[in-house]
Unconditional design. Structure first.
Length: 293
C-alpha cells in the first residue's frame, strides 16, 4: 500500500521567499508521488549546518500555516522546518458561502481512501526532499503532527526509518473508530452523506490505516505523545490505547487545554525541549520567553 520508489532527486520549485533575521522562509511546491504538487513552507537558517530538520503536518482544522510560529522559533535555534499542506484537509471549512457542488466534491474527497494514502506518501516524499538537501543532517530528522496529522505520523513511524523522533499531538490512533463515532462535523457529514455500502467500504479500508498498527514498529525512533485533558474529540481511553500500542522509547504528557491546544505554551515548550534533548542542537535550550508571540 505504501510502496515507494525513492527518487534520486527530490527537487522543489520556489514560488517566493522572505528573509528574516537569521533565517529565510520559502514558499515552495514539490512533486507528490501521486502526481501533482505539494504546497509547503521551507524554513532554512542562514548560517551553519548540517541542520536538524522537522516535518510538520497540521490538523484537519488547519493548514500549512498552523505551525508557522513554531517553525520560526526553531529556525532561530538552527532547525530546518518543512510545513506540508495535506491534500484533503488543508483549508477545510473555510469557504465563503454554501456551494453544493463544492460541498459534494469535498465530501467525496474526504471519503476517498486513496487521498489518505496520498497524504502519507506526500509526507514520505517530504522526508526524501529533506534528506537530499546537503545542509540537512539525516541523523537528526523529526516529525510533528496534530490531529489527523498525528495519525499519519503514527503510520509514518512504522514505515519510514529516516525519522528519528516523533511528536504526536491529539492524535487519532484509530481513525476508523473516530469516523464511526465522533460528533466532529467532518465525521458526522461523511456518515450522513455516504450510502451504507460506500460507508462500510470506507471504514473497512480506513481500518488498515489505523496508526495503532504502525506505531508498534516505530523503534528505535522515539515518540512524544501530547494529549489534552479537555479534548472534544479524543477520549482519554482512546489516547491511552494509542500510547500503549507504540513501541518504546516513548512518553505521554497531558495538558489542561482543548483539542487544538489553544494557547498552550507549555506543550510548545515541551516539544522544543524534546527536540533539543534528542538532537543536541548547537544553540541553547528553549525558554518560556522564547515561545511568546
Amino acid at each position: 500500500m505504501f510502496d515507494y520508489v525513492e527518487e534520486t532527486q527530490a527537487g522543489f520549485e520556489v514560488i517566493s521567499s522572505i528573509s528574516k533575521k537569521g533565517y529565510s522562509i520559502y514558499d515552495i511546491n514539490y512533486e507528490s508521488p501521486f502526481n501533482g504538487q505539494v504546497p509547503a513552507f521551507l524554513f532554512i537558517p542562514d548560517k551553519g549546518g548540517s541542520f536538524p530538520a522537522v516535518i510538520f503536518m497540521h490538523p484537519s482544522q488547519g493548514n500549512r500555516k498552523t505551525f508557522f510560529h513554531e517553525a520560526q522559533l526553531l529556525a532561530t535555534k538552527g532547525y530546518i522546518s518543512l510545513l506540508i499542506e495535506a491534500p484533503i484537509f488543508g483549508g477545510y471549512g473555510q469557504t465563503d458561502g454554501p456551494d453544493r457542488k463544492k460541498f459534494t466534491k469535498t465530501i467525496e474527497a474526504l471519503a476517498d481512501i486513496q487521498k489518505y494514502i496520498h497524504t502519507v506518501m506526500d509526507i514520505r516524499m517530504g522526508v526524501t526532499l529533506l534528506s537530499k538537501l546537503t545542509i540537512v543532517d539525516e541523523t537528526r530528522m523529526a516529525f510533528v503532527g496534530h490531529g489527523f496529522g498525528a495519525s499519519w505520523g503514527g503510520v509514518i513511524s512504522g514505515i519510514d526509518s529516516l525519522i528519528k523522533t516523533f511528536v504526536l499531538i491529539s492524535g487519532y490512533g484509530e481513525a476508523s473508530e473516530w469516523q464511526l463515532t465522533s460528533e466532529h462535523p467532518i465525521a458526522a457529514i461523511i456518515r450522513s452523506f455516504l450510502p451504507p455500502e460506500r460507508f462500510e467500504y470506507f471504514i473497512s479500508s480506513l481500518r488498515k490505516l489505523d496508526a495503532i498498527h504502525y506505531v508498534k514498529n516505530a523503534a528505535p525512533a522515539s515518540i512524544l505523545f501530547q494529549f489534552a485533558k479537555n479534548d472534544e474529540f479524543i477520549e482519554r481511553g482512546h489516547a491511552a490505547t494509542f500510547y500503549s500500542a507504540a513501541s518504546s522509547p516513548k512518553r505521554i504528557n497531558w495538558y489542561d487545554t482543548d483539542h487544538l491546544f489553544t494557547n498552550c505554551k507549555e506543550a510548545l515548550l515541551d516539544r522544543q525541549e524534546w527536540l533539543s534533548a534528542h538532537f543536541c542542537s548547537q544553540n541553547d535550550t528553549f525558554s518560556k520567553e522564547s515561545t511568546k508571540n
